[in-house]
Design a protein around this ligand. Sequence first.
Ligand code: ADP
Length: 258
Amino acid sequence: FRVQISPLKGVKHKKMGVVGLLTDVTERRKLDQMRTEFAANVSHELRTPLTSINGFVETLLDGAMEQPEIARNFLEIIHSEGKRLANLIDDLLKLSRLEDRRNILHKQPVNLADVIQKTVKMFEGLAQDKNIELTIAIPEDLPSVPGDAGLLSQVVVNLVDNALKYTLPGGKVNIAVNPQHDHVTVAVADTGIGIPPENLSRVFERFYRVDKARSREMGGTGLGLSISKHIVEAHGGKIKVTSSPAGSTFTFTLPLEV
Ligand code: ADP
């Protein structure tokens, strides 16, 4: 609590008493702390690929450039770290745009079947390369949902991307859509590595990863699920996850009414 006490004066500045003001600053403190943590996380996440890029460039300048095989290998690493930086900056921009409350969604009827089919097309090649069976189950008479097609497509892309990333070759990923009376449920289920129960509640937090090294190796930023949660909630829906060592299912709902 913050305590403020000021004298209460009446006519001719005669003292009449005191006024005490107690302000609950717990929420504000928490917000300040979250902001500080976020800034520290962002700096760390940006610095990691930059340190790696600088290290490889220095080694190249120190002579590694003379050996074409090694030089090529280093340049590939520099290129992939550069792409990771760009992804991170893109994700940070998306997050800050979503957090800007003035940025109200312009909802229009969205054909979810269309959004999902396009996403699957996008990932078909990757699924084939990894020998993962990617399937969809969408009913014929799916009603359209009020929303922002671009943002909803981002949610589906993030979930399918993760499902493919964290599933081993020979596994399966299925996207199922189910309309209920006042909402639609979309479930992305995989037969992947799963998420341990103690980590489950934290996967929607910014930068939280169960296995940092693995996520980085896969080109992850640790922001995808946090962005997805923001988007779903901005549409008035909810997102949740269930998981076991046999795989994970991410489910989100979207209301049918504006
Ligand atoms: P990332 O860019 O690291 O994938 P996300 O925010 O998308 O970041 O996910 C956060 C973490 O949740 C991941 O690092 C991973 O540990 C875990 N995760 C997300 N989706 C899955 C999944 N389908 N199977 C297993 N773990 C997952």
